[in-house]
Design a protein around this ligand. Structure first.
Ligand SMILES: [Zn+2]
Length: 1148
């Protein structure tokens, strides 16, 4: 093929978008950063390179100035001369250092923003007129022939997206006619869109998988992106500038756009999609709109693209559903019912041997206490294994399961273990744990949603093929009760069942239902193992020992497991202590006192919160895209009374405010500063002598109040000062008194004690050490030869500090630690996240000062336990709403230990007797329940009602067709379906999902169309219509008298009997929707919704995982903040190193 030797020779007949095309300018402008890049790269020493070509587009001399601004040396950073004048002695050196860094950063930012401004100016100037555009086009031709080709849609393959579609979507004919060189729809869309967010959404849309891949490739191709460092820097996130004509003058204005380069590339390459049919072209456009709709930032771009996007997207969704229905039309699938078949022998796996003999298995070796725990299970006993969090109970269960499977294998028997976990994310987690130890020898499968539960498919075969299945209990119930052959499992299919977090087995928990099914089973039963860290079976009986014992017995009876496996041997206990931290020896809960200062701060916070919200509200009206944020919506509802929660939310708002670019935010920012100060003071009030809080507030308010207008609109502290001081300055909260008492007692009894006081915040550590020293309570315990000069209490903060108010150098810390170790210093206060350098071996009292978690505490409790035999730990806690739960947990933990001790002392025989008694009681209760049901049925033996639509009186079914499944009332009449229409439920992504109890679609009356009858469910693999009691009225068959009811329970009490649905009922409904065309359409729609439902469960699973990650991240950020380290946005502190995470298995 003939290659043109110069730009003018280029054969434009092969271009679908030649230079003269009116569509060309806007499309070519998507390349603008590339053009700048080319110009920059051609620059040589003291010469402006290809920039010079654009000379004529600018007023005389202007171009040089612009180029110099874009590419020239940045002005060096010089200190403010005033600032320089300040002498070291006048200013805190730390403050000066901070100020310097700040000024330097501000300078750099200014330079960058200015460069960007001029770059935008240059590009706008050259790309909105024919002359500049022509030169730029030629430049691209010279420097990147490939990009040039793409820009002109040159030699597009046949199956490429037709240019017509692109034009139709991204241009407005009228606009184009008016001024092809002016702003086009495409400019506006590309300019306001955030490309990376669009990409993220396209990634999850399987319909545009191929297109996504193309884009991904193009976006990450360095050829397409800009290559000079200068231009790359200019393209960083941040405010952009745009050129505007205002009153005949060109002015540059700030615009909010981000991530432009990638966004532009996306719109540039959309034509690069292969799309055979018009339908497919519509499809990608629809997906693009959908991707934009999903985040608020892109909705402005979407608005430019298509003002009616909401309606159109909705219409497309409906159309998609209709098409899917069409695809399956005429496809009739009858399901096979289970009938009377009962499987009484375990069904063998087809592959008895290893599923992957080469796989890398870890040999599972148990610790001493784990060996003790597993023993009863190895003997084949039904038992509940109790071990503290972090002790590795899952490993114990895995060991028991593998041992069980191997023994059965050796004996020529089939074995199959079901591991049941109460939450969806645990399925994957526990499955991975099993695989780690047996991937080479056994098949492990995990089930959490309704995978494969569609017509004709089923999970039964997958379960039968496995040696180990991990699932949520609801799935096992569904399968044990399913009427579909492909889904149905039998109790006999399992030789062992393990219940994780078995203490949940109360009331109607699925664990209880499974165990009922197992106990009613008349053939071989599996061995039952329960795992738990806490035996707090019933939360109401927490404070009554015999009640609690009884609920433990009841749980064991439900499981038919009269054996409690606990750690009893001394060797086990010793080893356990090495691995798991021991709880505190004593807990003191101090009631906070309502002092005048505390009241003042709380009142202030209440008022200030309202003022801040008011400011934020008016800011939100100013800028729609940034504010109000989600965190603001949450924040608005909060009360500063719960100041710990309030504080962390305040930080989110603070972050949002930082992002906001408007001068109007000043007042909100100032309120924020004062509120943060008061919140910090509020945190101090309960923990420190009031005097310190006064000092803190005084100093900080003076700092904030730079104009020295003391007592201005933001804080009345100084106005109220003298009154408060007279009332409150000598106040001392109870926890302070307790702390002093604890110290004095300790040193009176053991004069050579070493004490560590743990606190959560850096500032607190310093303040506490300070007030203890000033209170002189330790002076009486000085060694006789002590000169009395050095302080008795010190503090350490750890060494990983990078900023913040309170700091400590390595040397300072070493000095404190060595004085502590040689006994000169008796007490140190430390933050709970100190990671190293803290030698705790000589310490014999640990005081946790309103602080109960942290890596240092775990370290101390583990190591300290092993070395200093008489060491003690004390938790001093202020009783607030926030730590109430923790205290409750501590108390019930205590009770549980007492229960276990009682059970151990009474011996296994007694336990068997007690469990049997509890079992008897359960049996009697169940019998009574049954009798009551029978009586009810007897009472209503002659009542029969019609259920009629409240809207049009159509009779849907008879009262005898209504049956209960869990607490839903369903019409078990196959003929009822014809009276209902099925409508997809609008997605509510945040509502709770469980695989079986989630309604799929909305049912409406087919005749009057408007009346909502109820919802369609899929239970045990069968679609069922659930009837809303208010959508029907009841007509007595004999008397024709009609009645209504507000609740199903009153129907049951007054009108007729409703029984539980039986297997036969389900089987009747199994193929109820396959009998005619109209019902088959409904079934297909339900299938669609059911598929969507499975996707929701998948999403939910990942959402939980993401939430956990988010939560962990938030925790780390919070911790870092407490440590005094400030983080820039996007930068994250390293996760805390913790030894205990390896076993963090079961706490929710
Ligand atoms: Zn009706």
């Amino acid at each position: 093929m003939h290659e043109p030797s110069c730009y003018e020779e280029e054969d434009i007949s092969r271009q679908s978008l030649p230079f003269g095309s009116p569509y060309f300018p806007a499309y070519f402008r998507l390349l603008k950063w590339k053009i700048l890049d080319v110009c920059v790269s051609t620059m040589k020493f003291k010469d402006i390179g290809d920039f010079a070509l654009f000379e004529d587009c600018f007023p005389p001399g202007k171009l040089e100035e612009v180029v110099k601004k874009i590419t020239g040396e940045a002005e060096p950073f010089t200190q403010d001369p005033e600032f320089k004048k300040l002498k070291e002695t006048e200013v805190d050196p730390k403050f000066k250092r901070h100020a310097e860094t700040y000024l330097k950063l501000r300078h750099d930012h200014k330079t960058k923003v200015e460069r960007r401004r001029f770059a935008e100016y240059f590009l706008n100037k050259i790309l909105f007129n024919e002359q500049g555009l022509r030169i730029a086009d030629k430049l691209i031709w010279q420097h990147s022939r490939q990009v040039y080709g793409t820009a002109h849609w040159k030699d597009l393959p046949k199956d490429w997206m037709t240019t017509d579609t692109y034009k139709k979507k991204f241009y407005d004919e009228e606009e184009l006619e008016r001024d092809p060189y002016g702003m086009q729809r495409l400019d506006r869309v590309a300019g306001s869109a955030r490309g990376m967010l669009i990409m993220k959404h396209l990634e999850s849309d399987h319909l545009v998988r191929k297109e996504y891949d193309v884009l991904k490739k193009e976006v990450s191709d360095p050829e397409n992106l800009c290559q000079t460092e200068l231009v790359r820097n200019l393209l960083d996130e941040g405010p952009l500038w745009e050129l505007k004509m205002e009153e005949g003058e060109e002015i540059i204005r700030k615009a909010d756009k981000w991530n432009v380069h990638k966004t532009l590339v996306i719109f540039f390459y959309i034509t690069g999609f292969r799309a055979k049919s018009e339908k497919e072209q519509e499809e990608w456009f629809y997906c693009l709109m959908d991707a934009m709709k999903n985040d608020p930032t892109n909705r402005a771009a979407l608005h430019f693209l298509n003002k009616n996007y909401a309606e159109e997207l909705d219409e497309r969704q409906k159309e998609r559903n209709r098409r899917r229905l069409q695809e399956f039309k005429g496809l009739k699938v009858d399901e096979k019912g289970v009938g009377n078949t009962i499987v009484t022998n375990i069904r063998p796996q087809k592959n008895e041997t290893a599923y992957n003999p080469d796989a890398d298995e870890t040999n599972l070796v148990l610790r001493v206490y784990q060996e003790e725990l597993v023993q009863p299970a190895l003997e084949g006993k039904n038992c509940v294994i109790v071990g503290p969090t972090g002790c590795g109970k899952t490993e114990v269960a895995i060991y028991a399961a593998l041992n069980h499977l191997r023994e059965r294998q050796a004996a020529g028997q089939t074995g199959r273990v079901a591991m049941l976990v109460p939450k969806i994310p645990l399925v994957t987690q526990q499955k991975e744990r099993f695989l780690q130890y047996c991937r080479g020898s056994f098949t492990v499968n995990g089930f959490f949603g309704s995978e494969k539960s569609d017509s004709g498919e089923g999970r039964k075969d997958d379960v039968i093929e496995s040696h180990i299945v991990v699932m949520t209990p609801q799935i096992l119930i569904n399968m044990l009760q399913s009427v579909r052959v492909n889904e149905r499992l039998y109790v006999a299919d399992f030789s062992m069942m393990i219940f994780d977090e078995v203490h949940k087995a109360t009331g109607n928990h699925p664990y209880v239902i499974i165990n009922q099914i197992v106990q009613e089973w008349e053939h071989d039963k599996p061995q039952i193992i329960g795992l738990t860290a806490s035996l707090n079976v019933s939360s109401t009986a927490q404070k009554d020992l015999s009640q609690m014992l009884f609920s433990i017995h009841t749980m064991l009876a439900l499981l038919n497991a009269p054996y409690l496996s606990t750690i009893k041997l001394q060797a086990s206990i010793d080893e356990l202590n090495k691995h798991v931290s021991k709880p505190d020896d004593s807990v003191e809960v101090c009631q906070p006192t309502a002092t005048a200062l505390r009241n003042y701060i709380e009142t202030y916070l209440g008022t200030a919160h309202i003022k801040l919200c008011h400011e934020l509200e008016s800011l939100s009206k100013l800028r729609h895209n940034c504010f109000p944020s989600n965190s603001y919506r949450r924040f608005k509802k909060l009360s500063p009374k719960f100041y710990e929660i309030y504080e962390s939310n305040l930080q989110n708002i603070n972050q949002d405010l930082k992002k906001l670019n408007t001068a109007e935010k000043t007042i909100a920012v100032t309120w924020m500063k004062y509120i943060r100060l008061y919140v910090e003071a509020r945190g101090m009030v309960d923990l420190m002598p009031a005097r310190l809080v006064f000092e803190f507030m005084e100093a900080r308010i003076r700092e904030l109040d730079t104009g020295h207008k003391l007592g201005d609109q933001f804080s009345d502290f100084f106005k109220k000062y003298s009154g408060l001081e007279a009332n409150a300055k000598s106040d001392e909260p109870m926890i302070v008194t307790k702390l002093k008492d604890t110290l004095i007692t300790q040193f009176k009894v053991t004069p050579d004690s070493r004490v560590i006081i743990f606190v959560t915040q850096r500032a607190t550590a310093q303040r506490i050490s300070d007030f203890l020293n000033k209170s002189h309570i330790m002076d009486q315990f000085r060694d006789p030869d002590d000169d009395g000069y050095d302080e008795m209490v010190g503090f350490v903060l750890g060494t990983n500090n990078q900023g913040g108010a309170v700091q400590q150098s390595q040397q300072e810390q070493q000095k404190v630690l060595s004085r502590f170790n040689n006994g000169k210093m008796k007490v140190i206060v430390a933050t709970s996240v100190v990671e190293e350098g803290l030698d705790v071996t000589s310490c014999n009292l640990i005081i946790k000062y309103n602080c109960s978690s942290g890596s240092a505490i775990q370290l101390v409790q583990r190591r300290g336990r092993a070395r200093a035999k008489n060491s003690r730990s004390v938790l001093l806690a202020v009783n607030t709403k926030v730590n109430e739960d923790e205290n409750n947990a501590l108390i019930s933990e205590k009770f549980m230990r007492m229960c276990v001790k009682k059970i151990e002392e009474a011996g296994p025989k007694q336990l068997e007797i007690d469990v049997a008694a509890a079992a008897k009681k359960i049996a009697i209760e169940r019998k009574n329940e049954l009798t009551a049901q029978l009586e009810l049925r007897e009472r209503f033996a002659n009542s029969l009602y019609k259920l009629n639509c409240v809207g049009c009186s159509t009779t849907f079914c008879m009262s005898s067709d209504i049956k209960k499944v869990y607490s839903n009332y369903m019409a078990f009449d196959p003929a009822a379906w014809q009276f209902f229409t099925v409508e997809s439920k609008k997605k509510k992504p945040n509502s709770y999902l469980s695989e079986d109890t989630q309604p799929l679609s909305i049912l409406k009356c087919a005749k009057c169309v408007t009346t909502v009858i109820g919802k369609a469910y899929k239970m045990r693999g069968v679609y069922l219509p659930q009837i809303d009691v208010k959508s029907v009225f009841f007509v007595e068959e004999n008397s024709s008298e009609s009645k209504t009811a507000k609740k199903w329970s009153s129907v049951e009490q007054e009108l007729f009997y409703v029984g539980e649905a039986t297997q036969d009922n389900f089987e009747d409904m199994l193929n109820a929707l396959s009998n005619n065309e109209c019902n088959m359409d409904k079934k297909r729609l339900l299938d669609l919704d059911s598929k969507q439902h499975i996707r929701d469960i998948e999403l939910k699973k990942y959402r939980i995982r993401n939430e956990e990650q988010e939560k962990a991240k938030a925790e780390r950020m919070k911790k870092a903040e407490q440590e005094g380290v400030e983080f820039e946005e996007g930068e994250e502190p390293e996760p805390e190193r913790e030894g205990a995470t390896a076993f963090s298995e079961d706490e929710s």
